[in-house]
Design a protein around this ligand. Sequence first.
Ligand code: PEP
Ligand code: MN
Length: 329
Amino acid sequence: MLFILKEGSQYSSLIEKIRDSSASYRVVDIYGLKLVVAWPDSLVEKIEDQSIKVKIKVKRPYQLASNEWRDKTIVNVGGIEVGGRGIVVAAGPCAVEDEEQMMEIAKAVKGAGAHMLRGGAFKPRTNPYSFQGLGEEGLKILKRVSDSVGLPIVTELMDVRNAGLIARYADMIQIGARNAQNYTLLREAGKLNKPILFKRGFGMTVEEWILSAEYILLEGNGNIVLCERGIRTFEKSTRFTLDIAGFAVAKTLTHLPIALDPSHPAGRRDIVEPLALAGIAAGADMLIIEVHTNPEKALSDSEQQLNIEQFENLMKKAKAIAKAIGRYI
Ligand code: PEP
Ligand code: MN
């Protein structure tokens, strides 16, 4: 149950009533509103109080992420709006490798129309012997390149111990698929005053994915962009199966914007473009695409990164599809 409070109202009597009914509750400051989330509904639905502006019985398990009480959220990343009519494209290498590489890629993707720069400094690698990222040095490179080229940064946070560090450098913090059910990390991300790109875990249902986002929302951070990046199925011809159906379903359930990552489900660069175009047609608010000036030599995800020419071609088609559905890139 959501109680939206009247602006500036005293709500201690409401809290007392919730406590007296033995329900659980949490006060959340979000979207410029003060909310009290209380559960279970059966204990609190009859409560009345002068502080309450609106009382909403949200039927879905994720109270704050549900679009039963809010239509649409627009997430602002360093001046770029995700969730409006414009579709935002973040592009860049899987991992930050060195400054020259990053600078070259950033200039090229910006030239092709990208709005944000991606690049991992802390990489969640399946194999512990694989390149793990440059760590803080990678963040510093990202920041210098971002400032010089003028593209906001999205980069991954893997470990609660690095939350403050990443927040100092990133404009948007990525929570990766492997950490999508790391609830301690999600709570920490909820305390950061930064937008979050929240990837779906590859073994998660749509409901579990949105419930995980609820952990971030409950800490008062409503600036979340969900991101579909493929799930594990029996299909072996791609790295993961892009769940375009689950993506479309999620759009009907939540007010949060939704991004699509065509690179990781593809696992091979020749099908990144069709997946990206399908994502736009299906209503993606944002795309995050791996691009490298020399993909064959990339230190991670070499098979799936696009070269600059491929990215430029993709962008041309992406713009046309966006236009066809009444949006723009
Ligand atoms: C990435 O974006 O580089 C990444 C590791 O993504 P995911 O968490 O979706 O695998
Ligand atoms: Mn990658």
